[in-house]
Design a protein around this ligand. Structure first.
Ligand SMILES: CC(C)(COP(=O)(O)OP(=O)(O)OC[C@H]1O[C@@H](n2cnc3c(N)ncnc32)[C@H](O)[C@@H]1OP(=O)(O)O)[C@@H](O)C(=O)NCCC(=O)NCCS
Length: 275
């Protein structure tokens, strides 16, 4: 355990009165040092190790402490006024990220080189891997971990998971394409090389069913290398028969295979949308 991790944990344990541990200004500086690690990608809230998601709780605690230790402040740009506790991310040229006007990422999120942000939003603690496209009106919630070469299509909602600190954030694997207006939230996980059809709702409660076998293979976890679409499953209630949402795996891909309709990202880059 690093010194910083131990200090943040101690502050968290005394979060109702951090001055019992150290002066507030010192506590605030430590918390900010932890957030800087997230902002620069030197640390991340969660990562996949041997297929398992490991959550680094102390970094989430740092985010929660930041909210407690920071006062609201008002900023203005042109006719716009904002009132918040956390500044926006900066230094995009140095980090090799393209940010189209209207896009916003908060300090404490990490955007790897080659990321393109169309007018979209990335919240604190989120990690977005290299060459990923965050398309128009897509939102990446707090602490979500998005892989490299991913396409989050227009209007995709990746849920934020902040509390409790040990809660597992949303993880989306490398080389995945999330279709327009998908909702991926609350306990969902998308594997590597997945194509998720437009309009899917995936949460930890939604059955993921293999169309080939009819088997429910998980709740909320789409496995690596497949094409999955929004579907319904029949459910009988006292009031009648209804279709409840599920996600249906309609095709298995071989590792490294790109589904034809998931090539939009590459096409956009070839046409000059590269950074
Ligand atoms: C999932 C997707 C990749 C499938 O494409 P495909 O492999 O060419 O599949 P097809 O069009 O042949 O459709 C296969 C079947 O799945 C169904 N299907 C396709 N997409 C679906 C979706 N999003 N939701 C539910 N069903 C879908 C089709 O109706 C078809 O049914 P059928 O076999 O009875 O005819 C594609 O439909 C999709 O959703 N792409 C995302 C588009 C997008 O969001 N682009 C981003 C723009 S910013």
């Amino acid at each position: 355990m690093s010194d910083l991790e131990a200090e943040i944990t101690e502050l968290w344990d005394n979060r109702d009165d951090v001055t019992a541990v150290m002066p507030e200004a010192e506590a605030s500086a430590l918390v900010r040092a932890a957030i800087d690690l997230l902002d620069t990608g030197q640390a991340r809230v969660a990562e996949v190790v041997d297929g398992e998601i490991i959550v680094h709780e102390w970094l989430k605690q740092a985010i929660l402490l930041l909210f407690r230790l920071t006062n609201m402040s008002v900023t203005e740009t042109g006719p716009f006024e904002f009132r918040d506790k956390i500044p926006l991310k900066r230094h995009y040229e140095a980090s090799g990220v393209r940010v189209v006007p209207g896009a916003q990422a908060r300090w404490g999120s990490y955007l790897a080189p080659g990321v393109v942000m169309m007018p979209s939003y990335v919240n604190i603690g989120a990690y977005v891997g290299a060459d990923t496209m965050v398309d128009t009106w897509a939102t990446v919630g707090s602490c979500a971990q998005i892989g490299a070469r991913v396409h989050l299509s227009g209007g995709v909602g990746i849920g934020g998971v902040l509390e409790p600190p040990n809660a597992v954030p949303i993880v989306v694997g490398d080389d995945t394409m999330i279709g327009s207006r998908c909702i991926v939230a609350a306990g969902a996980r998308v594997g590597t090389g997945v194509v998720l059809g437009a309009g899917c709702v995936l949460t930890g409660s939604i059955p993921v069913i293999d169309a080939e076998t009819g088997e429910e293979i998980s709740r909320g976890h789409v496995p690596d290398w497949c094409v999955a679409v929004a579907a319904t499953r029949p459910r009988t209630f006292p009031g009648g028969d209804f279709g409840l949402a599920c996600v249906l795996i309609v095709k298995r891909l071989t590792e490294g295979e790109r589904h034809d309709k998931s090539k939009l990202n590459e096409i956009l880059r070839e046409r000059g949308v590269s950074t």
